[in-house]
Design a protein around this ligand. Structure first.
Ligand SMILES: Nc1ncnc2c1ncn2[C@@H]1O[C@H](COP(=O)(O)OP(=O)(O)OP(=O)(O)O)[C@@H](O)[C@H]1O
Ligand SMILES: [Mg+2]
Length: 216
């Protein structure tokens, strides 16, 4: 795997678990260590990828095929990785991203039922062995997470799915974390924001202590 000067951190988890709120906290923590931080999100992160996001999230009459959804996610991701994420890492910046490839395994895999092997093919084609250095998986009960998103107003196409869809997403995320415990750290997202931030701080601390920046 190619080593970059910068570090790539992703935040994952189902709806309303606190990814976007936590992203800001991670940004503050890493900035306080003196690193140059870029925050971004998926799907999106470039003008084109944000347009794909709009297409993906829009409510529509026409059913969206699971493979169409998966391919659009990867189209946006490839654009984002190539145009934004890798160049920032090359410059030595720390990139913090709200969702990344694990979300495809959780949503299009666990949620929509696409086989893991098919997602792996796309991942390999588009990303080769490029992976986040650290992934914080925010985990909590599906019902409580959805309850949090309700306060935000109108639901998008993903937020109008049935409960079973989100349960499958949660399970897929947890299974991935079990398979890759070195990279993916599970954070209990149910307690207060302050407590969640404390857990995140601990994970960042042990990551930073163990992470050796490669000599380039
Ligand atoms: N630990 C917490 N306790 C209580 N409320 C929280 C907590 N974390 C986040 N929230 C609130 O829950 C709502 C959802 O949080 P946030 O938008 O960060 O979640 P998200 O994971 O980014 O959601 P989405 O998947 O929809 O993007 C926000 O109103 C936020 O203020
Ligand atoms: Mg969010």
């Amino acid at each position: 795997m190619k080593h970059y000067k910068g570090v790539f951190i992703t935040l994952e988890g189902s709806e309303g678990v606190g990814k976007t709120s936590s992203l800001k906290f991670v940004e503050q923590q890493i900035t306080a260590l003196g690193h140059d931080v870029v925050t971004t999100r998926e799907p999106g992160g470039t003008e084109l990828a944000e347009q794909i996001r709009g297409i993906l999230l829009a409510e529509r009459q026409e059913p969206v095929e699971s493979k169409t959804e998966l391919l659009m996610m990867f189209a946006a991701r490839y654009q984002h990785v190539t145009q934004v994420i890798k160049p920032a890492l090359e410059r030595g910046q720390w990139v913090i991203c709200d969702r990344f490839v694990d979300a495809s395994y959780a949503y299009q895999g666990g949620g929509r039922g696409i086989q893991v092997a098919q997602i792996e093919q796309l991942e390999h084609w588009c990303l080769e062995d490029f992976k986040p250095d650290l992934t914080l998986l925010l985990d909590m009960s599906v019902e409580e997470g959805l309850e949090r998103t309700k306060k935000r107003g109108k639901a998008d196409r993903f937020e109008t799915e049935q409960l079973a869809f989100y349960e499958n997403i949660r399970t897929a995320y947890l299974n991935r974390a079990k398979k890759d415990p070195q990279r993916m750290k599970i954070i209990d997202a149910a307690p207060s924001m302050q407590q969640v931030q404390k857990s995140i701080q601990q994970q960042l601390k042990s990551f930073v202590e163990s992470y050796a920046t490669p000599d380039l």
